[in-house]
Design a protein around this ligand. Structure first.
Ligand code: HEC
Ligand code: HEC
Length: 423
């Protein structure tokens, strides 16, 4: 998202100029208006560093029409919805960008709760007291009076999920199923404890009637979950509809029903479905088109240390995409996403106690290492404030990798951190 017009307009202009697709030449200095004429961008150091700092811009080579769709979707991603638009009756934040600012992590977040045993960490066998699920929904509109909150008197552990970065997600959607299955099978054969698993999920939204991307029917099973911190959703449109409904209380044709709430309200101030399918699809196309931020020349010593420490076993540098992915720029390529899209048990300290499909209470999907230099917090709840802290909090299946990281020479260790920070 772009919270100001200026921040939005100029990187788009630069990228289009460089890709030669925009036809709207614009200089780095006069960058506030995409339509202003001016010098062709020159490959000078200023421009190079501007491009390196560009985030939340479309992938290189998009057509003018795609760039326009990108801008429309970006606008809807940023738009704070109001009560009259159908926000609520319960919600967490009013705009996608509140939790994915500039396509990055947070600042908005979702809190989850689990009933736990007397030790304060073991999830209780019976979670039925959480009649409305594990997600806290604190904000109220449209006559609602009761938020979804921890039941009074219950022993509850509350955990946090910051909105994760959404950069480069089109690449992730495009990765071929066979590629993920291949990596999972390779890991099963390992003897060092690294054995990621696929989260096989069911498509629970109504089918998307715009078939250009969306071939899945409601109830279709066995899809590969690749979105969400536990890989619980298979496609970007399904995630968008889910986020509209769950985080914002905005229903759409794919998720037409308000989630159950303690007041028993079935609708909000806007009768019926709150946003048209177009909104879901515009935002989804925007997300599919966001580039992986440009990477400078990567540190070769760091890259080698990344392999030595087995980081690349889970943070797989590159995965092949489907040849028939509808965005041709993303079809049949090596997607440099630095994730295997698999679930890994990361040990008790990171565990939130919540199971989701095949994902167990300590499982997390390998975080894509994309654009980390723009972030100030790391891991699902942002508990790490540096890349090094994030690495040191790896445990469980990643224990072997942590041990190897610790065994690196100080020079190799810093090179590794520099490498990750540049991804
Ligand atoms: C209240 C904060 C919040 C709001 C509002 C929100 N999100 Fe999210 N988003 C999250 C969190 C937290 C996750 C990880 C959640 C999980 O996996 O359970 C997430 C995950 C995602 C993902 C998956 C990213 C990945 O690669 O795993 C996408 C895509 C996404 N959100 C898009 C959206 C869109 C589109 C909207 C608006 C319609 C939106 N979000 C609104 C917090 C939010
Ligand atoms: C067993 C698989 C596995 C291995 C091996 C592994 N990671 Fe991770 N990594 C993960 C998972 C899963 C997460 C997400 C954990 C979370 O959010 O709590 C993660 C998260 C991260 C993050 C935080 C990213 C973000 O967006 O916040 C960084 C940085 C990272 N890993 C770097 C490394 C490095 C460097 C190595 C090698 C020393 C490594 N990882 C080894 C699975 C692995």
């Amino acid at each position: 998202m772009r919270s100001s017009k200026q921040r939005y307009t100029w990187p788009l202009c630069l990228v289009l100029g460089v890709a030669g697709a925009g036809g709207a030449g614009c200089s780095a200095k006069d960058s506030n208006d995409a339509r202003s004429g001016g010098d062709e961008p020159s490959a000078d150091a200023g421009l190079a560093s501007t491009l390196l700092n560009a985030k939340d811009v479309p992938i290189d080579g998009v057509t003018k029409e795609m760039a326009r769709s990108f801008a429309v979707g970006d606008g809807r991603f940023d738009l704070p919805f109001r009560e009259a638009d159908g926000l609520g009756p319960l919600y967490i934040r009013a705009a996608c960008s509140a939790c994915h600012d500039g396509g990055g992590r947070g600042p908005g977040l979702v809190q989850k709760m689990t009933l736990v045993d007397a030790d304060g960490t073991t999830p209780s066998a019976d979670q039925s007291l959480l009649a409305f699920g594990h997600t806290l929904r604190p904000l109220l509109t449209a006559g609602a009076t009761t938020p979804i909150a921890p039941p009074p008197g219950a022993r509850v552990k509350v955990t946090t999920r910051l909105g994760p970065p959404v950069l480069g997600r089109g690449y992730i959607e495009a990765v071929a199923d066979s590629e993920i299955e291949r990596v999972a099978a390779e890991q099963q054969a390992r003897t060092d404890g690294i054995h990621g698993r696929i989260n096989r999920v069911t498509f629970t939204s109504e089918a998307n009637t715009d078939k250009s991307f969306h071939a899945h029917a409601k109830g279709e099973t066995n899809l590969i979950g690749r979105f969400g911190v536990k890989g619980r959703i298979a496609t970007i449109d399904d995630f968008t509809a889910d986020a509209f409904q769950g985080d914002m209380g905005m229903t759409s044709p794919m998720r037409p029903v308000e989630l159950p709430n303690p007041d028993g309200l079935q609708d909000d101030k806007r009768p019926g479905v709150d946003v048209p399918l177009e909104y879901v699809n515009d935002i989804s196309l925007y997300l599919r088109l966001i580039a992986i931020p440009k990477r400078a020349d990567l540190d070769e010593v760091g890259r080698a240390a990344f392999d030595t420490a087995l980081c690349s076993t889970c943070h797989v540098p590159s995965m092949k995409t489907r040849a028939d992915y509808p965005i041709a720029l993303l079809a049949g390529i090596d997607a440099p996403i630095y994730t295997d899209l698999l679930l890994h048990d990361m040990g008790p300290a990171l565990a939130d106690g919540i199971a989701d499909g095949n994902a167990g209470p300590a499982d997390w999907k390998t975080a894509p290492l994309i654009g980390l230099r723009f972030e100030k917090t790391f891991l699902h709840d942002g508990r790490a404030h540096t890349i090094e802290d994030a690495i040191l909090l790896h445990d469980g299946e990643a224990r072997v990798s942590l041990d190897r990281f610790r065994a690196l020479s100080p020079a190799d260790g810093s090179a590794l951190v520099r490498f990750v920070n540049a991804l």
